[in-house]
Write a protein that binds this ligand. Structure first.
Ligand SMILES: *Cc1c(COP(=O)(O)O)cnc(C)c1O
Length: 453
C-alpha cells in the first residue's frame, strides 16, 4: 500500500517555518488562522477547522483603534497605492510625510512657556523610535558640552521595545536583562511610582524624592529620563498618578536631563486624553508615538522633539541626527496615518473612550469577587483583570474564544484595549467573556491553584 501524505494545513505549515512573538520554535503552541477581519471582529479558524467570529479585545496589540477595514483608512491606502507606495526619504520628500509631520506637531502636548514639539522624525516601528530618541538625547548632551552623559534613567516596571537600547531601559528584572548580561547594563532605575488607585499626596511626594535622589546620584552621567507616561503597558498594565509626570519634568529640568515620554501605547486617546502627558499638562522634550498611529494598518512610528533639541544636535559635533532607516517616511504608511489622525481630529474618540471605560469598569466589577482575582483596574479605554497567579494563557485564550472574544493575556494579567468603535454590546461581550474565561480556567484562589504554567 502506498500512503499519500495529507496536505499540511496552513497552521501546520506555519509551525515548521515561522517564529511567533516571544515564542519558541515549537510545534505545540495553539494558533488560529485569521480568515477575515471587519469592524471590531476577527474571523478565526481553529486547528480542528472550527470557525469563530470574535471581538478583537486587543485591537491587534493596541493599534487598530478604528477597527478593521475602515472605509476612510482603506480609501487612503488605495489612493496612495495608485500614486506610489514607497520612495526613499534621503534627498526626497512627499506630501504624506509633510502632512503627517504637520498633523503630529499640531496635536502634540503643549504648555505656556514650554518649547513646542515641532520637529518630527519618522521611524519604522516603536522600538526604533525609542532607539532614535535615546540617540538624540545623547547627541543633544554631546552638542551641549556634556559628552560623558550617556546613561538613561527610567522607572521600574517599564517597557520600551525589543531592540537593544530599548531593552536596556525596560524593567531590569521583568525585562530581558537576564538573557543578555553584559549588553544591557549602564542604566539607572528609580522605583515604580505608586499605583494610581491607592496613591496619596504623601506617597507621591515620597516617590518624587526618591526619583530626585536617584537622579542626583549620577546626574553628570545621565543623558535622559525615559518613561511611559501615566500607564505602563507591557510592563504590567499599571496606571500611576499624573502628578508623577510633573515630578519627572522637575527632576529632568533640575539636572539638565532630556525628558522622553514614550507614548507608543498611550498616544491618540487611549487614556482619555489625546496624549497621557496632557493629564498633567507636562510637555516632554522628546515624545515617541507608534502603535495606533496608522490605525493598526501599517508599521510606522514617529518621534517629536523641540526645535531647541533639534537645533543643538544639528549644530553639534556630528552635524546631524545619526539615523536613517531604508523605509523612513514610507508614503503608504504616512497616508494611512493621516487618514487615521483625520478620524481622531473629528473628536468622537473622547466620548467613545469615556463610554468604553465606564463599560469596562462596570462589566469587570463582578470579576473582582473571584477568588483568583487580585485586582480590577481601568484607565481610559483599558480594562485589566490581575490574577494572583500566572495566567494559563492557552486555556484562557481558548475559553475567551468560546465566549466570542480574542484576548492575549500575559504574566498574571487578562486585559482589554478595545477598538474605539466598540459598541456598548461589544464591551459587554468583552467583559463577560473575560470574566467567564477567568471563572472557568482559574477556579481557585492563590492557595489552591498552582497548576498554571
Ligand atoms: C509596543 C511598545 C513599544 C515598541 O513598539 P514596537 O512597534 O513593537 O517596536 C515601545 N514602547 C511602548 C510603550 C510600547 O507599548
Amino acid at each position: 500500500m502506498t500512503h499519500v501524505a495529507a496536505p499540511m494545513s496552513l497552521i501546520q505549515r506555519d509551525r515548521v517555518r515561522l517564529w511567533h512573538p516571544y515564542a519558541p520554535a515549537s510545534p505545540s503552541l495553539p494558533l488560529w488562522e485569521v480568515e477575515g477581519a471587519d469592524g471590531v471582529r476577527l474571523r478565526l479558524r481553529g486547528e480542528d477547522g472550527t470557525r469563530h467570529n470574535v471581538i478583537d479585545a486587543m485591537s491587534s496589540w493596541w493599534s487598530a483603534i478604528h477597527g478593521y477595514r475602515h472605509p476612510i483608512l482603506d480609501a487612503a491606502a488605495k489612493r496612495q497605492l495608485d500614486d506610489f507606495s514607497h520612495v526613499m526619504f534621503g534627498g526626497l520628500t512627499h506630501a504624506p510625510a509633510v502632512e503627517l509631520a504637520e498633523r503630529l506637531a499640531d496635536m502634540a502636548p503643549s504648555a505656556p512657556g514650554r518649547s513646542r514639539l515641532e520637529r518630527v522624525f519618522l521611524a519604522d516601528s516603536g522600538s526604533v523610535s525609542v532607539e532614535v530618541a535615546l540617540k538624540l538625547a545623547v547627541q543633544f548632551q554631546a552638542a551641549s558640552g556634556y559628552p560623558q552623559r550617556q546613561r538613561f534613567l527610567s522607572i521600574r516596571g517599564g517597557y520600551h521595545g525589543d531592540t537593544f537600547a530599548a531593552m536596556g531601559v525596560c524593567d531590569p528584572v521583568d525585562g530581558m536583562h537576564a538573557a543578555f548580561p553584559g549588553l544591557l547594563g549602564g542604566n539607572v532605575f528609580a522605583p515604580r511610582p505608586p499605583a494610581a488607585a491607592s496613591a496619596t499626596p504623601e506617597t507621591i511626594q515620597e516617590w518624587a524624592s526618591e526619583l530626585q535622589s536617584v537622579a542626583a546620584a549620577c546626574s553628570g552621567e545621565l543623558a535622559a529620563i525615559i518613561v511611559e507616561p501615566l500607564l505602563q503597558g507591557a510592563g504590567g498594565m499599571y496606571p500611576y498618578p499624573a502628578e508623577c509626570l510633573t515630578a519627572l519634568r522637575q527632576v529632568a529640568d533640575r539636572h539638565g536631563l532630556v525628558l522622553i515620554f514614550d507614548e507608543i501605547a498611550t498616544g491618540f486617546g487611549r487614556t482619555g486624553e489625546l496624549f497621557a502627558a496632557n493629564h498633567a499638562g507636562v510637555v516632554p522634550d522628546i515624545m515617541c508615538v507608534g502603535k495606533a498611529l496608522t490605525g493598526g494598518y501599517l508599521t510606522l512610528a514617529a518621534l517629536l522633539c523641540t526645535e531647541d533639541v533639534a537645533a543643538a544636535v544639528s549644530n553639534g559635533p556630528a552635524g546631524a541626527l545619526l539615523h536613517g532607516p531604508t523605509f523612513m517616511g514610507n508614503p503608504l504608511a504616512c497616508a494611512v496615518a493621516n487618514a487615521s489622525l483625520s478620524i481622531i481630529d473629528v473628536g468622537t474618540w473622547r466620548a467613545d473612550v469615556a463610554r468604553i471605560g465606564a463599560g469596562l469598569a462596570s462589566g469587570l466589577a463582578a470579576a473582582g469577587e473571584l477568588e483568583s482575582v487580585a485586582d480590577i483596574r481601568t484607565v481610559g479605554a483599558v480594562g485589566v483583570i490581575e490574577l494572583h497567579d500566572a495566567v494559563d494563557v492557552p486555556a484562557i485564550t481558548a475559553a475567551a474564544i468560546r465566549h466570542g472574544v480574542w484576548v492575549r493575556p500575559f504574566r498574571n494579567l487578562v486585559y482589554t484595549m478595545p477598538p474605539y468603535i466598540s459598541t456598548a454590546a461589544d464591551i459587554e461581550q468583552i467583559t463577560a467573556g473575560m470574566t467567564a474565561a477567568v471563572t472557568e480556567v482559574h477556579k481557585h484562589g492563590p492557595e489552591r491553584s498552582g497548576g498554571a504554567p
